[in-house]
Design a protein around this ligand. Structure first.
Ligand SMILES: *[C@@H]1O[C@H](CO)[C@@H](O)[C@H](O)[C@H]1NC(C)=O
Ligand SMILES: *[C@@H]1O[C@H](CO)[C@@H](O)[C@H](O)[C@H]1NC(C)=O
Ligand SMILES: *[C@@H]1O[C@H](CO)[C@@H](O)[C@H](O)[C@H]1NC(C)=O
Length: 444
């Protein structure tokens, strides 16, 4: 084996649980056919808004989703699985609705995951699903952003969920992140960068600094999730409304809508707090992969040198119609944007083999013409170098392992530690030779 073919995917799945059944099925089929086509050996799927906005009702559909993936023909040869689902919505202080899924092909034999409590790598075998309340699971690190980071101090489900891997001697972190969204189009267009993009930048800087300065050795990292990066709203509107005149509709003294009309008095664009409707909405953002919009995608500029991204040659991943018959149409709510991204630290970028060859790396969206919910999943397919130890040691300044703990078998310790509130269930998965252990730390 000369490298590890990996498939990294970020997917905001919030809307696929709201109309359970058909959308979930279509989404899963598209996802699995992408897996089959690209033939990776390690799959990392990072989901945001697991369970959707009405998570109290939809959590049971999440279980169907996990079952659908794990029993699929396409993932049959992925004999090692780790799933981390942060589902305990009863805990406002900790709930992020993030879900990390890792599928490892049987041909990868030398796979370890980091235990953040013991500070050691532990071997990965079999399939484990951690769901419900996952606070005590030590093979992940999870955090919500501090409350004062939230715009208007509104407490929502935003944070990160990180795992660390050692695969065939190559160590790297995989970080799922969900940053704050734009609440009002009017506020978003006031300045660039908008107050929303400043808040996102602050939270992302805080997160990267935290990883850099924590007690663990620095490792190359891939951070992929819903960054909610938006295009410069004022810039896009200005471009779309050249040669128009503007009128305001007011309601009780505040502007409720802006309308832009051309010289023949035809309506060109309507803007509301949550409305963005252009007269050629179906074509203008998708044509030529939205290339003309690229210059307005500027939130990555603040991270130049710190985060790397492969060139974007796909349409904005958000916001699409949540209607099964309108898979490639944008919803008329927000300026279309590349919210969903896969970013690399400089050392992670140097793990990617032949990253300069256009054929070696694929960065794209899944289901361009299929309804995948309001976000299209974004994927990166690449081959990582094996035994890339020097990358990790490059920035070494700490002891990697806690002294004296290496001889202990962490698996034994962990599973004997179960308290009374823990329920261990076993569900049968069709294709697997053995049944799958499902760990639920609480029943929510
Ligand atoms: C929330 O997380 C903190 C820190 O991990 C933990 O101490 C606390 O018990 C958690 N709360 C709940 C309700 O799980
Ligand atoms: C990663 O795993 C390899 C075994 O494949 C081991 O030799 C190496 O020491 C591990 N790296 C770290 C940093 O623990
Ligand atoms: C990378 O490129 C070099 C030179 O073009 C080639 O020899 C090598 O096989 C490539 N490696 C992979 C993994 O594609």
């Amino acid at each position: 084996m000369s490298g590890i073919p990996v498939l990294l995917i970020t997917a905001n799945v919030g809307s696929i649980f709201e109309e359970p059944g058909v959308m979930l099925k279509v989404w899963t089929e598209e996802f699995l056919s992408t897996v089959a086509k690209l033939d990776p050996k390690f799959i990392a799927l990072h989901c945001q808004e697991v369970g959707g906005k009405t998570y109290e009702q939809s959590m049971r559909h999440v279980e169907d989703f996990v079952r659908l993936l794990m029993s699929s023909e396409e993932l049959r040869l992925f004999d090692k699985v780790r799933v981390f689902l942060d589902e305990d919505f009863s805990s406002a202080e900790n709930f992020t609705a993030l879900g990390n899924f890792y599928f490892i092909h049987e041909s990868l034999k030398d796979v370890h995951i980091w235990d953040f409590q013991e500070s050691i790598f532990i071997p990965v075998c079999e399939k484990e699903v951690h769901s419900g309340n996952i606070e005590s699971v030590t093979t992940k690190e999870k955090s919500k952003f501090p409350q004062d980071f939230f715009p208007e101090c509104k407490w929502s489900r935003k944070g990160f969920l990180r795992t660390r891997w050692n695969i065939s001697g190559t160590v790297f972190d995989l970080i799922n992140i969900h940053l704050f969204h734009d609440a009002s189009n009017f506020i978003a267009m006031e300045t660039f960068p908008s107050v929303y993009s400043k808040t996102r930048r602050r939270a992302l800087e805080h997160t990267l600094d935290k990883f850099h300065n924590d007690q663990y050795q620095n490792a190359p990292y891939f951070v992929f999730g819903d960054f909610n990066f938006r295009t410069d709203t004022a810039g896009v509107i200005k471009k779309l409304t050249e040669d128009t005149h503007q009128s305001q509709l007011s309601n009780k003294g505040t502007i409720s809508k802006l309308q832009f009309r051309n010289n023949d008095d035809n309506l060109v664009l309507t803007l509301g707090k949550k409305e963005f409707s252009y007269f050629q909405h179906e074509n203008v953002f998708a044509e030529n992969s939205g290339k003309w919009m690229r210059e307005y995608d500027r939130e990555m500029e603040d991270f130049e040198g710190r985060l790397f991204e492969f060139p974007i040659e796909f349409v904005p991943s958000y916001p699409f119609e949540e209607d099964i018959t309108q898979g490639s149409n944008y919803m008329q709510t927000r300026v279309p944007a590349w919210c969903d991204r896969i970013l690399l630290s400089p050392t992670a970028n140097s793990l990617v083999q032949n990253s300069t060859s256009p054929d070696a790396v694929k960065y794209g969206i899944i289901g361009p013409t299929t309804c995948m919910g309001d976000h299209k999943p974004v994927y990166l397919h690449a081959v990582l170098a094996i035994n890339a130890v020097k990358e990790l040691l490059e920035s070494s300044h700490r002891e990697f392992d806690k002294n004296g703990e290496l001889l202990m078998n962490p698996m034994d310790k962990k599973y004997n530690n179960n308290n009374a509130a823990t329920i261990t269930r076993y569900i049968h998965i069709k294709h697997a030779d053995s049944s799958v252990k499902i760990f639920r730390e609480t029943t929510v």
